[in-house]
Design a protein around this ligand. Structure first.
Ligand SMILES: Nc1nc2c(ncn2[C@@H]2O[C@H](COP(=O)(O)OP(=O)(O)OP(=O)(O)O)[C@@H](O)[C@H]2O)c(=O)[nH]1
Length: 126
């Protein structure tokens, strides 16, 4: 999962605001993930959920719920209640294949994410 146009948020509002957006997205991910899933930060403004014992369809639905909840969230700055505007996220999903090594699995998840960005952002690609 990667925040769309996060550089613009940093440039307009500063790093602390984007840090708070990252925390908010992490809370949404924890809210929609199953209790036995693992929500993690993966690099700077990228987050990931490891979903054992989960079908691709369930994974897609969870990610779509997170994406939609983010799109509907009207984020405001705590300090002055200023509206940040709509912040969206793009999500790439991959299913670990039998016998596949982790590096390859991550490359495929990254390719899905890249495709989500290419297709216009604010979407989930499996
Ligand atoms: N505040 C904050 N900024 C971060 C963090 N990690 C990465 N960034 C910033 O996130 C931005 C990532 O920008 P890019 O990867 O160029 O992409 P983008 O602007 O999000 O655009 P797209 O991903 O193409 O939609 C950079 O400005 C980084 O400095 C972090 O932990 N906190």
């Amino acid at each position: 999962m990667d925040i769309d146009r996060s550089k613009g948020i940093n440039d307009s509002y500063g790093h602390i605001i984007l840090d708070n957006v990252i925390k908010f997205i992490a809370s949404l991910m924890c809210q929609f993930a199953f209790p036995y899933h693992h929500v993690a930060r993966y690099g700077g403004e990228e987050l990931a959920i490891i979903m054992p014992d989960t079908t691709l369809e369930e994974a897609r639905e969870i990610c779509e719920n997170i994406r939609a909840a983010m799109e509907k969230s009207h984020l405001r700055r705590k300090a002055n209640n200023e509206v940040l505007g709509i912040v969206t996220i793009s999500i790439g999903v991959a299913r670990l294949q039998c016998g596949e090594n982790v590096e390859n699995f991550i490359i495929r998840a990254d390719k899905s994410l890249y495709q989500a960005k290419e297709n216009g952002r604010n979407r989930v690609v499996c």
